[in-house]
Design a protein around this ligand. Structure first.
Ligand code: FAD
Length: 373
């Protein structure tokens, strides 16, 4: 079978589902392909919650992009008719010179964002579930909150279908190759011809870059849900914002309020290098214990019974930014890998960016951080 499309989107996780939606809305003939049935638990976009925040500690250049992402999440919510976002506010906690605090503060100041600087005592008074050390401070930002990733992916895919996209699930792509100015995509079930290809394969990206090596690496990450051991109400979303900690120099963890399934916490980085096809999904007792140790210090009432865990993958670049740029050898192929452990919140705007790059060759947003470098 050979069918001609304007665009094929390979991978329908966070980035691919949003791209498919925006491309179909713009009137493109789009085919979306996934090896599983998204949303699923085998890639990078599962685990009930993702943080969204505006005072972007990684770099102020992300702020205009996240602001557009917020608008698009709100639009998607109203189009899909379901809740995708919960505002809780957010705290970035660490020593004043830590990357988390100094980075969030810099973005807030450069972009004139609403924020407050709180002492450790103020944090404890306003948010009694959290116990920063005396020498720590926090940047409070009121717009931060939670996205529900599975619902976001589902909503983008449902709208993509409504706008006319063809979606094929449980159909792995085995190969793609240039076909004149276009591409030929081979799956386990067929062959598809398209003018353009979007590679949004998440942790599998490297296996789909047949003739070029880019420095992506995949990192195993564990998400934990603990039962609070006391004062459960202090973890309600009205009293407990999302929180990101630099608990020691260059070492991070983050957490969410209890949405009914326990308090979710996770380390940011420090995971083993992983092969996405052989990911270790069991979580060892020593991993659980080192998470409990952090809870004892910083969330002392959160460390009750362990309710569940979920293993997920980061696709990292050495500078921990994103990759959104054409394939170095095949300009008809766009590589879309916004991860490095912080990409989900941007997926709505990444969909729009992909549509702009495919339709016009440029985006209204500054993408210079995400180009091949
Ligand atoms: C534990 C964890 C916590 C995180 N927390 C946050 C957070 O709080 N905030 C935030 O903004 N970001 C966060 N992130 C990062 C964010 O989740 C990722 O940036 C995002 O999910 C990446 O989406 P993706 O579309 O690139 O990958 P995925 O969602 O994994 O999608 C890739 C898709 O490609 C498909 N695919 C792969 N190979 C093939 C093939 N050969 N044929 C067909 N289909 C294929 C896969 O099946 C998959 O569906 C977190 C990530 C993890 C792992």
């Amino acid at each position: 079978m050979e069918t001609v499309f304007d665009v094929i989107v390979l991978g329908l996780g966070a980035m691919g589902s949003a791209s498919t939606c925006h491309l179909a809305r713009a009137g493109k003939r789009v085919l979306g392909l996934d090896r599983f049935t998204p949303p699923h638990v085998f890639g990078s976009s599962h685990g009930q919650t993702r943080i969204i925040r505006e005072a972007y500690l990684e770099h102020p250049a992300y702020v205009p992009m996240i602001q557009r992402a917020y608008d698009l999440w709100h639009e998607l919510e109203s189009e899909a008719g379901r809740q995708l976002f919960l505002r809780t506010g957010g705290l970035m906690v660490g020593k004043p010179e830590s990357a988390v605090v100094a980075g969030a503060r810099r973005s807030a100041e450069e972009h004139g964002l609403r924020h407050e600087i709180l002492s450790a005592d103020e944090v404890k008074r306003r948010f009694p579930a959290l116990a920063p050390q005396e020498e720590m401070i926090a940047v409070w930002e009121p717009r931060a909150g939670i996205l529900f990733p599975e619902a976001c992916v589902e909503s983008h895919l449902a709208l993509a279908r409504r706008y006319g996209a063809s979606l094929r699930f449980n159909e792995p792509v085995t190969r793609w190759e240039p076909d004149g100015d276009g591409v030929r995509v081979l799956t386990t079930d067929g062959v598809f011809i398209s003018r353009r290809l979007v590679l949004a394969a998440g942790p599998w990206i490297r296996s789909l870059l047949f003739d070029v090596d880019l420095p992506f690496s995949v990192e195993r990450q564990v998400q934990y849900w603990f039962e609070p051991c006391s004062n459960r109400e202090q973890f309600n979303p009205e009293r407990c914002p999302i929180h990101i900690w630099e608990h020691a120099r260059g070492r991070f963890f983050y957490g969410f309020p209890d949405l009914g399934n326990g308090v979710k916490v996770a380390l940011h980085h420090e995971g083993d290098l992983a092969d996405p096809d052989k990911l270790r999904r069991e979580v060892g007792p020593e991993e659980i214990e080192s998470m409990r140790e952090l809870l004892r210090s910083f969330l002392p009432q959160a460390g009750g019974a362990l309710r569940s865990t979920a293993v997920c993958m980061y696709t990292n670049l050495p500078d921990h930014h994103f990759f959104i740029d054409p394939h170095p050898r095949h300009p008809q192929v766009l590589i879309v890998s916004p991860c490095s452990g912080h990409g989900f919140k941007f997926s709505s705007v990444v969909g729009e960016i992909v549509e702009e790059l495919i339709s016009k060759g440029s985006s209204r947003l500054d993408l210079s951080l995400f180009r091949r470098r």
